[in-house]
Design a protein around this ligand. Structure first.
Ligand code: HEC
Ligand code: HEC
Length: 339
């Protein structure tokens, strides 16, 4: 009995050991790996110096650090990293470049965090997201994409994994900033430069209150009149939305919309599928239209003569989102208007 106990204990210990051993280190980005002699005199030295600075400011997968948050407990971030390796890395990649082993067959691709750009945010165009925005997406998932909902994770796991996503995000931002400084400004990569660039990143992620989207007006009632106004602005003579989303909002003709910030051909959302990637409530949709999602432009100032117009568009989009299950829409959304 005793020897069986010892054997199990030894096996468990060995397993623990091997699990630690297989935690892979961080990689460098494709653009950093592509730096060559036309860019800098000694590309390998550049990569080496950058790796040293990244480790100083962002730590390692087993001992991560979050730029701008030295107050965070190291074990807490290490726990976030552990959750990430178990639940996220297969899609988002060990270093957050969106290149996990499961990623290649997906559309849309898993987010490459390292550009510091996010889609489902509550801030105006060009501003860093709130931490709360990332938390909401991780909790709710992105319906209609491969991004699952993690609502069942314990709160501590959710919080920690979101902070770890930020570790990877800032690591990517610092990596890009160092590369650009070395190539474009011919700067030497040293402690002083890296600290300055890391401080800039920390500052950029403090979102001023006035960058948070507050609707211009209170949501008007959901009526045929409102839906009709939205339809006109969407697909009417002076409409703009149909140019990317098609007249019926289905985007089925795959109109060319331009590249997304990650350099891939964008595809307008199918607004008739009943699945909104960024959430289906009125305020979710309002934020999408107000702030845009590149290549979709921001429409914050698109309708100066009718500030209610963004809500009319929200209502129209909600209306057509039921196009494939019209009966449900008629019976639940429009009780007074049922025909
Ligand atoms: C099965 C693949 C998959 C897994 C597992 C996965 N994701 Fe995602 N994730 C995606 C995809 C795909 C997107 C992009 C959705 C889009 O662009 O509409 C995404 C997007 C995101 C975004 C970006 C949201 C935004 O506003 O741009 C965050 C943050 C995120 N995931 C965090 C996580 C975290 C944290 C985990 C683990 C707890 C995780 N994901 C697990 C596929 C996955
Ligand atoms: C230049 C092309 C373009 C124009 C013009 C455009 N969109 Fe979009 N729209 C997109 C793309 C691309 C996406 C998908 C972004 C993503 O998820 O990557 C999108 C996404 C959306 C979403 C989010 C859907 C979701 O799944 O969460 C809404 C809502 C939306 N558009 C409404 C509108 C409305 C209303 C207008 C007109 C006021 C409009 N769009 C104009 C390209 C465009």
């Amino acid at each position: 009995m005793k020897s069986v106990g010892i054997a199990i204990f030894t096996a468990a210990l060995a397993c623990l050991g091997c699990e630690r051993a297989v935690v892979p280190g961080y990689e460098l980005s494709a653009s950093m790996r592509a730096v060559d002699k036309d860019d800098v005199e000694d590309p390998n030295k550049l990569r080496h110096d950058v790796e040293i600075q990244l480790e100083k400011h962002c730590g390692t997968p087993l001992r991560p650090k979050l730029i701008g948050h030295s107050e965070l407990d190291a074990d807490y971030l290490a726990h976030g990293a552990e959750v990430y390796r178990q639940r996220c890395a297969a899609c988002h990649g060990n270093s957050g470049y969106g290149n996990g082993p499961a990623a290649s067959v997906m559309y849309p691709l898993p987010r490459d965090y390292t550009k510091g750009i996010f889609k489902f945010v509550s801030v105006v165009d060009g501003t860093k997201p709130l931490r709360e925005d990332l938390l909401r997406t991780v909790r709710n998932g992105a319906r209609g994409t491969s991004m699952p909902s993690f609502a069942l994770l314990p709160k501590r796991d959710l919080e920690a994994v979101v902070d770890y996503v930020l570790v990877l995000t800032h690591r990517g931002e610092l990596e890009d900033a160092l590369r650009e400084a070395a190539i474009d400004e011919e700067e030497t990569i040293d402690d002083k430069l890296a600290t300055k660039l890391a401080d800039n990143i920390a500052k950029r992620w403090v979102v001023p209150k006035n960058k948070v989207i507050h609707p211009l007006t209170v949501e008007p009632p959901y009526t045929w009149d409102s839906i009709e106004k939205g339809r006109e602005a969407f697909a009417g003579a002076n409409g703009v939305c149909f140019k990317c989303h098609d007249r019926d909002g289905s985007a089925r003709n795959l109109l060319e919309v331009g590249k997304d910030p990650w350099g891939h051909e964008g595809r307008a959302a199918d607004l008739t599928s009943g699945m909104f990637h960024g959430g289906a409530t009125s305020i979710d949709l309002y934020r999408r239209i107000y702030g845009g999602i590149k290549p979709m432009p921001a429409f914050a100032t698109g309708y100066p003569s009718d500030p209610d117009m963004l809500w009319h568009l929200v209502h129209y989009v909600q209306y057509i989102s039921g196009a494939r299950r019209r009966e449900v829409v008629q019976s639940s959304l429009l009780p007074n208007e049922r025909r």
